[in-house]
Design a protein around this ligand. Structure first.
Ligand code: SF4
Length: 332
């Protein structure tokens, strides 16, 4: 591990200036992903700006939305009364992620910013366009069992990336139309969750649309009616402490056994949480039935493309969508 400088500012302005003014500086909070990256030499930051002294832990209800501070711990959010009352889907997704110990360390901001767990990204022996732009992609011709089936870039091997986003929480935030609040040198801005993470396109090294020095200070989730018919389904290789092969965040509002509104997002299938807006629209007005859910799953799979080892996701994903929708309405 490379030696690094460590500072712990107590004012937001000082933290932002420290990172914005130094190309080799980075924020650290729980450190559950960053420290691993530094130990393996994948992240070679020379200065860590510890933000744990900043007042960003609050979870509060404001007019029209729930605001969760970036330093709230994953475990605190998952158990918080306001979260359970207003957006229980978030709690389900958080509890499906990582382990109890990690959830006690990891923060909301860090969860949103965690990097892919593509094994080739973590092993410097292999080429990786995300780690070193232009180097190539070890996963394209390698073991790509856990990789993406939507939104991949693969036409030019020097720009390809078929990695998936690892967070469960982000899949639920995407389904619930959250907004990321970030502060940088230029001030505060609100980024709709759908524009926060990026598809790889020609810059697989970039995971998000944050500017250098911008710090996530909170995430805001608009008030919604999705408290009853919700389900976060995570399919993984073992029962806990494993990343999603496929996950589905679903929330439905029902009236007279018909769907009034729907939210659906997938995890484990793309470089960012994969929101299914067209599928959501198609569900409105439909009766609650297995046939409705099957049609929705079929539509969701349009445009999916598999690689050598992840063709199973072409079957697993629609089945997971159907099952998540059934679970949300307790349809057996
Ligand atoms: Fe790197 Fe992306 Fe290829 Fe994985 S899939 S090796 S992260 S470029």
């Amino acid at each position: 591990m490379k030696p690094f400088q460590y500072v712990r500012p107590t004012r937001l302005k000082d933290a932002i200036e420290a990172v914005a003014s130094d190309p080799n500086a980075r924020y650290i909070a729980g450190g559950t992903n960053l420290i691993d990256l530094m130990k393996r030499g994948i992240d070679s930051s020379e200065k860590l700006v510890d933000i744990n002294g900043l007042p960003l832990k609050k979870i509060e209800k404001r007019n029209g939305f729930l605001r969760i501070g970036a330093l709230a711990l994953n475990s605190q959010v998952a158990q918080h009364k306001l979260v359970l009352e207003n957006h229980p889907l978030l709690a389900q997704a958080l509890n499906a992620g990582a382990s109890g110990q990690l959830r006690n360390m990891a923060t909301v901001g860090g969860n949103i910013l965690q990097r892919t767990r593509c094994p080739y990204f973590y092993d410097p022996v292999f080429p990786c366009n995300k780690r070193k732009p232009g180097a190539g992609c070890g996963a394209l011709e390698g073991i790509n069992r856990t990789h993406a089936i939507f939104g991949v870039s693969k036409n030019d091997p020097t720009q390809s990336c078929i990695a998936v986003h690892p967070s469960d929480f982000c899949v639920a935030l995407s389904a619930l139309d959250a907004t990321v609040v970030a502060v940088g040198i230029q001030g505060e801005r609100r980024i709709p969750f759908s524009n926060f993470h990026r598809l790889p396109e020609n810059r697989p090294d970039l995971d998000t649309n944050l500017e250098k020095g911008e710090l996530i200070v909170a995430v805001e989730i608009p008030d919604a009616v999705f408290t009853k018919h919700i389900h976060y389904l995570k399919i993984r290789d073992r029962a806990s402490y494993a990343f999603a092969l496929v996950s589905v965040a679903t929330a439905l509002d029902l009236e007279n056994n018909r769907i009034k509104s729907a939210r659906l997002a997938l995890g484990g299938v793309a470089h960012k949480p994969w929101r299914l807006l067209e599928v959501e629209k198609s569900l409105v007005g439909q009766p609650v039935s297995e046939a409705t859910f099957r049609k929705a799953a079929e539509l969701a799979m349009q445009g999916a493309k598999a690689f050598e080892h992840n063709t199973y996701k072409l079957t697993l994903t629609p089945n997971a969508i159907i099952q998540a929708l059934k679970n949300a309405v307790a349809l057996v």
